[in-house]
Ligand binder design. Sequence first.
Ligand code: 5GP
Ligand code: MG
Length: 178
Amino acid sequence: MKILLPEHEIKAGVARLASEVKAHYGRRPLTIIGVLTGSIVLVADLIRLLEMPLRVGVVQARSYRGTATLPGDLAVNADLLPPIADREVLLIDDIFDTGQTLQALLAQFRLLSPRSLRSAVLLRKLGRQRVDENPDHVVFEIPNEFVVGYGLDYQDAFRNLPHVASLEAHELAEGLVS
Ligand code: 5GP
Ligand code: MG
C-alpha cells in the first residue's frame, strides 16, 4: 500500500472544505446528508468544524460491482433519509469516480424539493468521469488508482486508516486474507 494523502494533508483539506461551506451558507441552517458508508469519517470531521444550525442524515447507495473496481447498477436506500423538502441540503460522498452515484442521488433528491442542493466529495479521480455534473466541492484530485482509508474500504476493510492509500494491482488481485 502506498500512502497518497497523509493524515495532516487530509486534516488541512477538510478545514478548507469547512471554510468553503461556511462561506457559502453563513449562519443559515444546513442539512448534511452523508452517503453510507464511505463518507462517515469525512462527515464526522467536517460537522465538528461547522457552526451553523445543522441537521445530519444518511442515505445508502451501493453499486453492485463484479470486482472491487468496476461500477455497476446502483441501489439507493433512503429509509434513513430525514425530510429535506424546503431545506438547504449538502450531499457528501467519499469519492467521485465515474460520477454515476452522485448524479443518481442528486436526481432523486431533487424530486424531494429541497430549497437548495449542493454536493461535496473528499476525492475526485482524474480521467474517470462519465457524467456532466460535477461536485460543488472537491477536496482532493487523485490519479486513477483504487484507494482505501479515511472511510473508503476494500472488501469492508481499511475504512479506519487515518490516511488515504492506494492499493496496487497485485494487492487487489490477491484479495484479502481474513
Ligand atoms: P461512481 O458512481 O462515482 O463511479 O463511484 C462512486 C462510488 O464507488 C464511491 O462512493 C465508492 O463507494 C466507490 N469507489 C469508486 N472508486 C473507489 C476507490 O478507489 N476506492 C474505494 N474504496 N471505493 C471506490
Ligand atoms: Mg460509496
